[in-house]
Design a protein around this ligand. Sequence first.
Ligand SMILES: C[S@@+](CC[C@H](N)C(=O)[O-])C[C@H]1O[C@@H](n2cnc3c(N)ncnc32)[C@H](O)[C@@H]1O
Length: 334
Amino acid sequence: MNQFVKLTFTPGLKEVVLQELKEYILISESEHTISIELPNNFQNILSLKSINSAYIATSDKKYNPRYLHKHKSILGNLIEKVIIKKEKEFKTFKIRCAGSQTQEIIEIEKYIQETYTIKKNDVADLEIYINKIGDDWEISVRLSPRPLSVRDYKISNIKGGLNPNIAYAINTFCNLKNSTSYLNIFSGSGTLLIEAGLVNPHVKLVGLDIDKKTNSLAIQNIKKAGLIKIIKIKTGDIFESPDVEKFDVITSNLPFGMQISKGEDLKKLYQQFIDYSEKVLYSKGRLVVYTTEYEILELILKNSKFEIVKKLNLKIPTNVNSYLYPRIFVCDLI
Ligand SMILES: C[S@@+](CC[C@H](N)C(=O)[O-])C[C@H]1O[C@@H](n2cnc3c(N)ncnc32)[C@H](O)[C@@H]1O
């Protein structure tokens, strides 16, 4: 049976994902998925940081639900690879397949339930997909009980909090391995700082946010990540140009809509952010910004001391058929 690993990621982050996968053998790629050859130790896949979810998969023209029902070991083999020695983590399962309620699928569910003593549930640890892709039927089983983009350190979330895999991607443009100091302006729940600290715990990491309550949530996440000794959070309003030292790197997930105070003007806020960044960044320093309000930011950047060296256009699903289109700007202070 030809088995492979299928990885899903946020559209727009392919170059970051490919960089993280450089040790693996690629089979195919699309805007939001990459398939790689099954590595010897596929458990290493679980520590990838830029992807959303990882699946072990197989595909063939004949693997339709009727065929799988008669050859249950095809699916059983994938399931066993995922749950072996991890039975405590996988307590529930769900098959996602067009026409889920066919008799064949009901029989396959019964088989899984009995063979692996695992319960069927809508929100499941073991996610199984049976999909027709082109001429082939593809069967895939998610390798982890939750998407890999869900991190254990996130005990507190805020509205507008950044996905950790996007935070990881932003940090890949910061040359963290060779930086000594990193400021995250509008640090919120601390995602960018934590992902940076996990890459290089020797960088001086400072977060700045106006909201005391948000800052205490960030501290909870930072403690859970085991990084409380290396990340400092400052409470301050960017309009008051808080006093900080100079930094090699600044990152930011800019506030928008609901996250700014009533009556506050985004243009003014972004202008102040860029002016402040010019002041506290060392010359030739790196600024990486994530925003959905990219038109406002780009105009301000064009009249600043920053040069845009790269732009990434992302596409993030919010609800069914609805997307956010944020951009990442990678800039250097000239
Ligand atoms: C988009 S959120 C940042 C989310 C963060 N990246 C995360 O993953 O949790 C924007 C943050 O900007 C902060 N903020 C808004 N106006 C501010 C100001 N004038 N000065 C400093 N922080 C401000 C808000 O408190 C909020 O936490």
